[in-house]
Design a protein around this ligand. Structure first.
Ligand code: ADP
Ligand code: MG
Length: 396
């Protein structure tokens, strides 16, 4: 993959940068702005080199329609603050405003186009429709830089088709993300532990299948752990359970045993009477969850067990919170695992949007981890061994 430096002298050139600015937005107020911050270095680097930078990105799922609540306008403002430069905002993606804005840019100036997904062509499954939109996007610029790691698993116009139409390079963020993922799938330092959590085991089946052949320890917490516990024959009460995944999970349990992978499951949980921030709860053994209770976090013995499995690890990949970290009462397990990663001194990678948000919400130091990925789905698909359209398009 070529990098920005391979593009040569970019002064005076219009460079279309595909960033991932898909942040949580409520009534025009940005929640966690981690993705905007992660996009800053590449944009600033290009602007510092005198390029005329046209940033494009998506927000949410407006499904090809102009919906004001999905406007990137608030993001343009925050981006400007973080860049320390003015960001001109185009009120459309490839229309009059976008063309006029691109034409008016001076060397070192930055513009942001309106939400790409206001155009049906961006996400269309029809190659011709997507291609037609890509033609118009590409016409705005002379060079393309792909830096929206969180979108590289999508075969979308701005991710996949535009780089086929313009000389292109990977931005710093994508380069860094790919470096890390290569380390996790290549020859990682051992012991290599993977911690998985989050809501649904079905989201992580591919990752488990692919990583079982590479890891020394697989630690499972969060909502998905209950399908594992049930597969072992334990009752899980009202806890999250995916009945339709039980066979698959039984297969993983056998596979782990066969491959000598240390599969580590919760031994106790915080069992609550209902799903809510103030739900009454108590610690119960993972093998004895009462029928009317649901496990919303891993218990204290499990936190210690997981920490002990991470203490001497050399490489750790963590994806998925250990409990409902959005509720303070059930955030302790996630905090304990995060702290164990920080304390391990291992090469530690956090993947997954909610896991990254949890790190910040819990006030943990981001620089305590070797890398916090900006792309949940993208990093998972990479670890599943899939080819990612946005990466293959950047390779030549
Ligand atoms: P990521 O985005 O990091 O990949 P996921 O999207 O897979 O993580 O899962 C995050 C969600 O899982 C969080 O909203 C969290 O509340 C939920 N979760 C974790 N543990 C449980 C549990 N025991 N019961 C219900 N939900 C859970
Ligand atoms: Mg998530």
């Amino acid at each position: 993959m070529s990098t920005i430096d391979d593009l040569g002298d970019v002064r005076g050139k219009r460079v279309l940068v595909r960033s991932d600015l898909n942040v949580p937005l409520q009534d025009g107020v940005i929640g966690d702005d981690g993705r905007i911050r992660a996009s800053v270095p590449t944009i600033n680097k290009l602007a510092d080199k005198g390029a005329r930078v046209i940033v494009c990105a998506h927000l949410g799922r407006p499904k090809g329609q102009v919906k004001p609540e999905f406007s990137l306008a608030p993001v343009a403002e925050r981006l400007g603050e973080l860049l320390g430069r003015e960001v001109r905002f185009a009120t459309d993606t490839v229309g009059d405003s976008a063309r006029a804005t691109a034409d008016a840019l001076q060397d070192g100036e930055v513009a942001l186009l309106e939400n790409l997904r206001f155009e049906a062509g961006e996400t269309s499954k029809d190659d011709a429709e997507r291609g037609a939109f890509a033609d118009r996007l590409a016409a705005l610029a002379e060079l393309y830089v792909g830096d929206g790691f969180g979108a590289v698993h999508r075969k979308h116009a701005s991710v996949y088709d535009v780089p086929q139409r313009l000389p292109h390079a990977a931005g710093g963020l994508i380069a860094a993300e790919v470096d890390v993922l290569r380390r996790l799938t290549g020859e990682p330092a051992r012991p290599y532990a993977v911690v998985l959590g989050g809501a649904k085991v079905s989201d992580k089946l591919g990752v488990i299948a692919n990583l079982l052949g590479k890891v020394d320890r697989l630690i499972v917490g969060g909502g998905m752990a209950y399908t594992f516990l049930k597969a072992q024959g334990h009752e899980v009460g009202n806890s999250l359970l995916q009945e339709d995944q039980l066979d698959q999970v039984r297969g993983f349990i056998e596979e782990a045993a066969k491959r000598d992978v240390d599969l580590v499951l919760p031994v106790d949980v915080l069992a609550a009477t209902e799903f809510g921030p103030d739900a009454p709860h108590e610690v119960v053994d993972a093998t004895a969850i009462p029928a009317d209770r649901e496990g919303l976090d891993i218990g204290p013995r499990t936190r210690e067990l997981f920490a002990s499995k991470l203490a001497d690890a050399a490489t750790v990949f963590w994806n998925g919170p250990m409990g409902v970290f959005e509720f303070d009462a059930f955030s302790g397990g996630t905090r304990a695992v995060a702290e164990a990663l920080i304390a391990s001194g291992a090469f530690t990678v956090v993947g997954g949007g909610d896991s990254a948000a949890a790190v910040r919400r819990l006030g943990l130091p981001e620089d305590g981890f070797s890398h916090i990925s900006t792309g949940g789905g993208a990093s998972l698909e990479y670890l599943e061994g899939k080819t990612l359209p946005g990466l293959s398009a950047l390779e030549d």
